[in-house]
Design a protein around this ligand. Structure first.
Ligand SMILES: Cc1ncc(C[n+]2csc(CCOP(=O)(O)OP(=O)(O)O)c2C)c(N)n1
Ligand SMILES: [Mg+2]
Length: 542
């Protein structure tokens, strides 16, 4: 047995789980933890940000880009709350993020004395935001709690977890042995349900596949299922790239909407199917199959014909194998899908200005490069019209759709995946939420390219005010810095691109450079509205 502090045991356990980076912003509550990180700095890097939200979004981006657990650590109270939006986005995205944060002195917790950063029932509040949380109440439990937290992160519905520790407890020591990584329970496949699903699909005339974030590890199985059924694969934000976007069977929202109307069996893989259930509608002529890690998810809002619970990959593998015995021979729908795609592509020319910029980005971003979107005109267009070739190469925030997530999340992705180019596309509104993290990008030499589309407005809000509220424009105009000078003042590379051709050339230069961040400002006017392709009226049921 080795004598260690709670902080040392925590750091050693993180390392034992293969974690090599801590995103962080220090403070007195965590001094012992930072001391432990210093001592272990040959095995774990500490990347500090300029605001706690930056640290948490970076952990989120790193987790999404690598599919590995990613911790961040911050002081309690204000520090923890500064990470709130990132933590709830991690929850909504089922992302493996570990929040580590301090506490007031152990003896004073819950007494309301008013210690530095004290907050009433911090553990209670955080327990509502994540599925697993605990307080490290003695040095002996630190290692076990880390192991349990990391197991919880990947068991059942995956997602963020949280551990807190009092300012003095981090420094207390005891003889201990570290807990080895715990086994993650294997999915038990419900064979009856697999057979029922396979039979429904085998007999379907117009089957359809819908992918969400939970489908990202079953690309091969989804491609096989799609080929066997000649079925289109719909993805909007999180499931893009599960089926290669170059396939005519890979569809985004507007073509998916057309196909949804015709479908007689739909299978949702790792997706809430919210748009389909809540907006497009379901009726008795459509049988729905769900595969989800959360046993409670499939029955929310509508009752599926068949529900399969667990890790999508082994379930899909089994489903494809069983379907092979029941499926019938189907005529190729390739030509039909190509024709439908061509028609939709002409309709999408309504948003031609956004598409020309997206084409420049697609041409310059290598196949395995990562694009991180934002809640902006270019982001909305990317979800509809940017072809994504591989899973985890298009990061989009899912149902939180929180403005300001993009730049710092992309920094985390670029930091964790230094082997591939990462591009962040953002509006001038969203960029300024975390623009201060340009300092972090420079300090840690993070080779991210951020493209800021500057229209001098919360453009999305402004257009709604103009079109739906009689042009009564309020609180949507923006005073901007000169973004090129802004980035330059940090020592980052920066330039202005005034059209898609200039963007293409600027991207080529920045991707070739890769020794630190680049900001490309693209001054733009108002873009045409994408909303007719995103919000579409009910087509089935009541
Ligand atoms: C956290 C959060 N706050 C506010 C909003 C509402 N909102 C959605 S889009 C938008 C404006 C975005 O402006 P910008 O980033 O400049 O993009 P643009 O629409 O101009 O392209 C706002 C305020 C949101 N989605 N999330
Ligand atoms: Mg804007």
């Amino acid at each position: 047995m080795e004598t260690m502090t709670a902080a040392e045991a925590t750091v050693a356990s993180l390392i034992a789980h293969g974690i090599d980076t801590m995103y962080a912003l220090p403070g007195i509550h965590n001094d012992h933890l930072f001391e432990a990180l210093f001592k272990a700095s040959d095995r774990i890097r500490t990347v500090h940000s300029r605001h706690e939200q930056g640290a948490a979004y970076m952990a989120l981006g790193a987790a999404l880009a690598t599919n590995r657990p990613q911790p961040y650590c911050v002081v309690p109270g204000p520090g923890l709350f500064n990470t709130g939006a990132a933590l709830l986005t991690a929850y909504a995205m089922n992302a493996p993020v570990l929040a580590l944060y301090g506490q007031i002195p152990d003896h004073a917790i819950g007494k309301g004395i008013g210690y530095l950063h004290e907050i009433r029932d911090q553990a209670g509040i955080i327990s509502r935001l994540v599925d697993f949380s605990a307080r490290i109440g003695s040095p002996e439990v630190a290692s076990r709690y880390v192991a349990e937290a990391l197991r919880a992160m990947s068991s059942g519905r995956p997602g963020p977890v949280a551990l807190e520790c009092a300012i003095d407890m981090w420094g207390r020591s005891a003889p201990m042995t570290l807990t080895a990584p715990l086994a993650i329970p294997k999915t038990i496949i419900d064979e009856d349900a697999v057979l029922a699903a396979a039979k429904l699909l085998a007999n379907a005339t117009n089957p359809m596949i819908v992918c969400g974030g939970g489908a990202q590890d079953c690309s091969a199985e989804v491609a096989e299922l799609s080929a066997m059924l000649q079925a289109p694969v719909l993805a909007y934000r999180r499931g893009r790239g599960v089926l290669d976007g170059r396939s005519p069977f890979a569809v985004t929202l507007p073509l998916g909407y057309e196909l949804w109307r015709e479908a007689d069996v739909a299978i949702g893989i790792g997706t809430h199917m919210n748009i389909q259930k809540l907006e497009w509608g379901v009726d008795d002529d459509l049988k729905v199959i769900r595969i989800d890690a959360d046993p409670e998810e499939p029955a929310r809002a509508i009752t599926p014909a068949v529900a399969l619970t667990g890790d999508a990959r082994p379930i899909m593998r089994r489903l494809v194998d069983v379907l092979g015995k029941h499926n019938r021979k189907r005529a190729s729908r390739k030509a039909e899908m190509e024709e439908r795609q061509a028609k939709m592509s002409s309709r999408l020319e309504k948003i031609a200005p956004q598409r020309r910029y997206l084409e420049a980005i697609r041409d310059e971003l290598p196949e395995n490069g990562i694009l991180v979107d934002e809640v902006t005109q270019m982001g909305f267009a990317a979800r509809l019209a940017f072809p994504v070739y591989k899973p985890r190469t298009f990061l989009s925030p899912g149902y939180q759709d929180n403005l300001g997530w993009g730049f710092a999340t992309a920094l985390g992705a670029a930091d964790a995946r230094r082997d591939v180019p990462v591009i962040s596309i953002t509006g001038d509104g969203g960029f300024m939420f975390t623009a201060n993290e340009m300092a972090t990008a420079v300090r840690h030499n993070i080779p991210l390219t951020v493209v800021v589309f500057a229209d001098g407005a919360f453009g999305n809000v402004r257009r709604i005010q103009q079109e739906r509220y009689g042009n009564r424009v309020i609180a949507s105009d923006l005073a901007n810095p000169d973004f090129v000078k802004f980035a330059d003042s940090f020592g980052a590379a920066s330039e202005r691109a005034r059209n898609p051709e200039e963007l293409r050339a600027a991207l080529r230069r920045s991707i070739a450079r890769r020794d630190g961040p680049t900001l490309i400002e693209v001054p733009v006017g108002a873009f045409p509205s994408p909303w007719e392709f995103i919000q579409m009226p009910r087509v089935r049921g009541k």
